[in-house]
Design a binder for this molecule. Structure first.
Ligand code: HEC
Ligand code: HEC
Length: 182
């Protein structure tokens, strides 16, 4: 009887210790969660600012077409929207669309701008035509006295006989007169 009573005392004592330690544990847990709530709020505030700065930057960051990317609105005059104060993201200095002889968009071709006709003079700029048949750049293009466009397809190069002083290629090359290459 005495032993059993003694054991019961120990059991109660151990239960007491257990409850006590649980209390401390849960106290710690709720403390940590308060702290992490605070830091979650902090980091979401920083994330918001980062995002805001990213948007600020992306207005000025270089946007340029490449063979591996795709874009939208093939055939439209990109500069209707991608102009200073326009709705399009990025102010394009040169942009347009290249087609093949069947009137299909022609990805993987290359647009070059020379200072002289038929590939003469200096090659000033090279643009890759993307998966949507489009080329574009926000880099500061100096047209000078005008630049002579050329388009390289898999079957050869086509030269614009006159120089262009505007990079809004699709403003002239609409559905009646596409830029096209062999
Ligand atoms: C009717 C207006 C309009 C026209 C025309 C237009 N765009 Fe856009 N473009 C937008 C808008 C708005 C966005 C931003 C939202 C989105 O991605 O759709 C955009 C976004 C883009 C982007 C993504 C920019 C980035 O890095 O986030 C590219 C690339 C692009 N356009 C290329 C072109 C090309 C090339 C043409 C012409 C063949 C063109 N756009 C014609 C309105 C236009
Ligand atoms: C002011 C109007 C105008 C602008 C802007 C313009 N072009 Fe042209 N382009 C023409 C005319 C006109 C021709 C001659 C078409 C013909 O042979 O009847 C031509 C011909 C061409 C040709 C010769 C082969 C073909 O497709 O007929 C290419 C390539 C070409 N342009 C590319 C471009 C590129 C790239 C741009 C933008 C950098 C551009 N053009 C801007 C008017 C323009």
């Amino acid at each position: 009887m005495i032993n059993a009573h003694y054991m019961k005392g120990w059991v109660l004592f151990l239960v007491f210790l257990f409850v006590l330690s649980c209390g401390t544990e849960s106290g710690k847990v709720s403390n940590t969660s308060t702290t992490s709530d605070d830091s979650a709020q902090d980091s979401s505030r920083y994330r918001y600012e980062d995002r805001y700065e990213e948007n600020e930057d992306s207005e000025h960051e270089l946007k340029k077409s490449s063979y591996s990317k795709s874009s939208h609105n093939s055939g439209m005059n990109c500069m209707e929207c991608h102009k200073e104060g326009g709705t399009g993201e990025g102010v394009f200095k040169v942009a347009g669309t290249v087609y093949d002889k069947n009137g299909q968009i022609y990805p993987g071709t290359t647009v070059k701008l020379y200072t002289g006709p038929n590939g003469s003079g200096e090659l000033k700029y090279t643009l890759e035509v993307d998966k949507s048949g489009n080329f574009y750049t926000t880099e500061n293009i100096d047209f000078g006295q005008g630049l002579y466009p050329a388009v390289e397809g898999r079957g050869g190069v086509k030269y614009m006989p006159t120089s262009a002083s505007s990079g809004a290629c699709n403003s002239c090359h609409d559905q009646n007169k596409r830029i096209w290459a062999e």
